[in-house]
Design a protein around this ligand. Structure first.
Ligand code: AQP
Length: 332
């Protein structure tokens, strides 16, 4: 692809835990592929994670380990801007201006707010409510053309587009209107309850595969995966558990659903679960090894995230200055 035609892409992941197989197959693995074709910026969304109370010492360590995971999953700081959100103050600064251009009614309609408010009834903070304005700032600062988002984030991206269009209408052309990039990977469901998505913060450790889990633990979790009372390995409505395992197996082996069905014809679920467990453990081995190497070289990580912050800051600052000027703030 010609350099000047490359589109800008931005995405992020919250440091709310070790990435799951869902985060990896559904998002981060694809970011690594996309960096070849796009001007890409990927961030550890630490400010977003503050909407849920974090234990400070753990959180600080987790931010670094999630940054290492981002690189271990293939995000290359030579090809992408790989940074930590709080290192670029323009995110919070633009977020405020955008909050003043977002309606209470719009934020009230966000289903993630309703879900998270129900999950954390003891801490329904203002940040949880204004989360979409910060997300809009993340995206609009980089004039992103495309944002890879899962289905769960589509409503937020729609709101980002509304905010950007409104701002452009009132103050003149300022922001690129981003589009959802839906060529993301599959949605991976919990192994313990295949009707729920696999989540880092799931309190049930059997439901999710963490990408740093040891091979033995991975195989064991797949053996325990909830399936059905049928015997056939095939992708069909009503077979949520098997459908999920087939989706995972297909994502790590490249086999089609039909090939998988043919390979396991006449074999029981036990054989299939063991095969999925082994394939996933093998697939994640290099990620785990790269992560361990990176964590043994913290100086390199610091160098990378500082460089990422400088690169991000340069772009973000330009947009923020433009916005401050447009809304009439007095320059220093
Ligand atoms: N189960 C999943 N299948 C496919 N994609 C997934 N993603 C998350 N879970 C799955 C994608 O991972 C990216 C980063 O997500 P995030 O950390 O910003 O927040 P999330 O979507 O809320 O992920 P978790 O793991 O469920 O975190 P917690 O438990 O903290 O809420 C996104 O692109 C997301 O679509």
């Amino acid at each position: 692809m010609e350099e000047q035609k490359k589109k800008v892409i931005l995405s992020g992941i919250q440091p709310t835990g070790i990435f799951t197989l869902g985060n990896y197959l559904g998002a981060v693995r694809n970011w690594a592929k996309m960096q070849e074709d796009f001007h890409s910026a990927y961030m550890i969304a630490d400010l977003h994670a503050l909407t849920v109370r974090q234990e400070p010492a753990d959180f600080r360590k987790r931010i670094l380990s999630c940054y290492a995971l981002l690189l271990a999953c293939g995000v290359d700081p030579e090809k992408s801007i790989a940074f930590i959100q709080s290192h670029v103050p323009a995110h919070s600064q633009l977020s405020w201006v955008l909050s003043c251009n977002t309606q209470f009614g719009e934020l009230s309609r966000m289903t993630q707010f309703k879900d998270k408010a129900a999950q954390h009834a003891d801490n329904i903070n203002a940040g949880l409510f204004t989360y979409p304005s910060l997300m809009a700032a993340d995206i609009l600062l980089y004039q992103a053309d495309l944002v890879p988002v899962g289905v769960d984030q589509k409503q937020h991206l729609e709101l980002t587009r509304d905010i950007a269009n409104r701002f452009n209408g009132v103050y003149g052309n300022t922001f690129t209107i981003p589009e959802a990039y839906t060529a993301q990977g599959a949605k991976i469901m919990s192994l313990a309850d295949p009707t729920k998505k696999m989540s880092k913060s799931d309190p049930n450790p059997n439901g999710c595969i963490l990408i740093l889990d040891e091979p033995g633990a991975i195989v064991k979790k797949f053996k325990r995966a909830v399936t059905d009372s049928d015997m056939e390995v095939c992708y069909r409505e009503g077979k949520d558990g098997i459908n999920n395992l087939m989706t995972i197996y297909s994502a790590v082996t490249g086999l089609s659903m039909d090939q998988i069905t043919a390979d396991f014809a006449g074999k029981g679920y036990g054989d299939f679960k063991a095969a999925v467990g082994e394939a996933v453990a093998e697939h994640l081995r290099p990620v785990r090894e790269r992560y361990n190497d990176l964590m043994n070289n913290k100086d390199y990580l610091v160098e990378c995230y500082r460089k990422g912050a400088e690169q991000a800051e340069r772009i973000a600052r330009r947009t923020l200055d433009k916005v401050y000027k447009k809304v009439g703030l007095l320059a220093k």
